[in-house]
Design a protein around this ligand. Structure first.
Ligand SMILES: Nc1ncnc2c1ncn2[C@@H]1O[C@H](COP(=O)(O)OP(=O)(O)OP(=O)(O)O)[C@@H](O)[C@H]1O
Length: 219
């Protein structure tokens, strides 16, 4: 279980999350809905060990997180992957798409051959893999970011408005690939969106949609 327990986040003196708790169990999709600005991305960054909360606890499979960002224990950090809303802000513009996908494998000193299979599954052809971000569409770049997120076989995948700026067919393709990964690996997915219709479609019957606003008034 990936768990945030009573998490508070403030920027300067502005409190955006006030003792929020959320559980992301393995194996299912958990939906997280809420209007723009309510703190969904902040919670995503906390759960991905990228933002240290002012208060509260985060644990990954029972282990409390004590260090954050680059100081976080690699064994915990690599267990949670985050897919961002805007892929252009999430990649190094000098990288080719293949570099984007292999980056976590290189950092973890793991064999790079998995990258080609991931690229193929994401519908990225070899001619696209040698291009840089400015030479591909948003949808193609987001496919590379999803492949990168899955490279180290994370136990939890957080999708923060992953498909908001993409057309319906790219959106359906990315969701289908993540569903393949979830079923095959038993990973837990946290799907974050203001689009509750998308969450309804994605989460189906074996999952729950939580409304962040409701969560924080309850805690
Ligand atoms: N690094 C930051 N510094 C200062 N304020 C921030 C920072 N990041 C977010 N905020 C503010 O915190 C609040 C919550 O932002 P956050 O991005 O977490 O919300 P969100 O629900 O994901 O919004 P959206 O759906 O529009 O992406 C907003 O008022 C935002 O302006």
């Amino acid at each position: 279980m990936l768990r945030a327990d009573g998490v508070t986040v403030s920027y300067d003196r502005h409190r955006v999350l006030d003792r929020v708790s959320v559980d992301v169990p393995p194996g299912v999709v958990t939906g997280l809905a809420g209007p723009s600005g309510c703190g969904k991305s902040s919670l995503a960054r906390v759960l991905a060990l990228l933002l240290r909360p002012a208060a509260g606890r985060v644990s990954v499979d029972g282990t409390d997180v004590r260090r954050w960002r680059h100081r976080a224990a690699p064994a915990l950090r690599t267990r949670v992957a985050l897919i961002f809303q805007q892929p252009r802000l999430a990649v190094d513009p000098r990288f080719t798409l293949l570099d984007v996908i292999t980056e976590p494998l290189r950092v973890a000193r793991q064999p790079l051959d998995r990258a080609e299979r991931l690229a193929e599954e994401m519908g990225l052809t070899p001619d696209l893999l040698v291009r840089r971000p400015h030479e591909v569409s948003d949808g193609q770049l987001q496919r590379a970011c999803v492949a990168r997120a899955l490279a180290l076989r994370p136990r939890y995948v957080i999708c923060d408005e992953m498909t908001t700026m993409l057309d319906a067919s790219t959106q359906a393709h990315l969701v289908a690939r993540l569903e393949d990964y979830r079923r095959e690996s038993g990973a837990g997915v946290l799907a974050i969106s203001h689009d509750t219709e998308l969450l309804d479609r994605w989460c189906g019957t074996d999952s729950s949609i939580r409304h962040l606003e409701r969560l924080w008034t309850r805690t």
